[in-house]
Design a protein around this ligand. Structure first.
Ligand SMILES: C[S@@+](CC[C@H](N)C(=O)[O-])C[C@H]1O[C@@H](n2cnc3c(N)ncnc32)[C@H](O)[C@@H]1O
Length: 271
C-alpha cells in the first residue's frame, strides 16, 4: 500500500484528507487506467480539499478535476484550479443542471455523505452520463451495515444486489423482466462498489450461437452427480421410446428439475 502512487499522492497533498489503509490499493486498481489522460474526474465530498490535490497529483495535469460539496466554502478551491460545484448529491435537479454544464464524465468517486439516499440518487443520476470505459466508484459502502444512514432494507448494498439481478435479467430467457443496461459490470471490494460502463456490450441482445463444429453427441453429465437423477436417466434409457412422447418427456424433465432444486444442502454456504 505504501509504495503505491495513490498513497504517495495522499501523503504529498498539502491539505487534510483522511482515508482507510485498505483504500489505496483499491483506488489504484480502479483508477490507474485513467492516469495521464484527458479525463473528467468528479469527486463528491471535498471537505478540507486534501483529496482534490491528491487526485490531481495522481491523475496528472491533463485531468479535469471537479469537486462537489454542499458546503459553499468548498468554492475556495477554485483558486487552485479545480472546478467546484455547490449542491446536494441527493437533489435530482442539481444533477440535471450539473450534467448540462459539465457534459460526459469518465470517473466519479462518491465520498459524500454516505447515506443510502445520497449514494443511490447519485448513482442513478450519473449512470447515463458516463463515457464508455468509465466508472462510478462509491466508497464507504460499509454504511449499508451501520445505523444512521437510512432504512437498511433500502441500503446502498441492497440496491447494488438488485442491480446485479437486473444485469442477469439481460439473459435471453428473462426478457419479460426489467433489466439493467446502463451498467456493464459491478465490482465489489471492501467498503467500495464500482459500476463500470460499456454501452455496446450492455445493449447486446443475448442470443444463442452455434459455432458450426462437429457434434459428437456427447452426453451432458451435469445432473449425474446426483444418484436420484441418475436413476431417472437410467430409467429413461431403458424406456428410450419415452423421449418421443412429449408428455412423458415433460414429466421426466420435471422430475429431474425437482430433484436438482431440492437436493443441494446449501445452508453451510449461506451463513
Ligand atoms: C468524507 S468528507 C469528504 C472527504 C474528502 N473526499 C477527502 O478525502 O478528504 C464528506 C464531504 O461530503 C459533503 N457532503 C455531505 N453531504 C453532502 C451532500 N448531500 N451533497 C454534497 N456533499 C455532501 C460534506 O460536506 C463533506 O465535506
Amino acid at each position: 500500500m505504501k509504495s503505491n502512487d495513490v498513497y504517495k499522492s495522499f501523503i504529498e497533498s498539502p491539505y487534510k484528507s483522511i482515508k482507510y489503509s485498505t483504500y489505496f490499493d483499491s483506488y489504484d486498481h480502479f483508477f490507474s487506467r485513467y492516469r495521464n489522460q484527458n479525463i473528467t474526474f468528479v469527486e463528491i465530498g471535498v471537505l478540507s480539499g486534501g483529496s482534490l490535490f491528491m487526485w490531481r497529483n495522481y491523475f496528472g495535469p491533463k485531468a479535469r478535476i471537479i469537486g462537489i460539496d454542499l458546503n459553499p466554502n468548498a468554492k475556495k478551491w477554485e483558486e487552485h484550479g479545480f472546478e467546484i460545484y455547490i449542491g446536494s448529491q441527493s437533489d435530482i435537479k442539481f444533477w440535471e443542471e450539473f450534467i448540462k454544464e459539465v457534459g460526459l464524465i469518465d470517473a466519479v468517486l462518491d465520498d459524500g455523505g454516505h447515506t443510502y439516499e445520497q449514494q443511490i440518487i447519485t448513482t442513478e443520476c450519473l449512470l447515463s452520463s458516463i463515457n464508455d470505459g468509465g466508472i462510478i466508484l462509491v466508497e464507504d459502502t460499509h454504511s449499508s451495515y451501520m445505523s444512521g444512514y437510512g432504512p437498511k432494507s433500502k441500503s446502498f448494498i441492497e440496491y447494488t444486489k438488485m442491480l446485479i439481478d437486473k444485469i442477469n435479467m439481460r439473459f435471453r430467457n428473462f426478457s419479460d423482466y426489467p433489466s439493467e443496461r446502463r451498467v456493464w459490470s459491478i465490482e465489489v471490494v471492501e467498503s467500495m462498489v464500482a459500476f463500470k460502463i460499456n454501452k455496446k456490450a450492455s445493449i447486446l441482445k443475448s442470443e444463442k450461437f452455434h459455432n458450426g463444429g462437429i457434434d459428437d453427441l456427447a452426453q451432458d453429465f451435469r445432473y449425474l452427480d446426483n444418484p436420484k437423477i441418475g436413476f431417472i436417466y437410467k430409467f429413461m434409457r431403458l424406456f428410450r421410446f419415452m423421449k418421443h412422447i412429449p408428455l412423458l418427456r415433460a414429466l421426466a424433465d420435471g422430475a429431474i428439475r425437482f430433484t436438482a432444486n431440492s437436493r443441494f444442502n446449501a445452508h453451510r454456504y449461506f451463513k
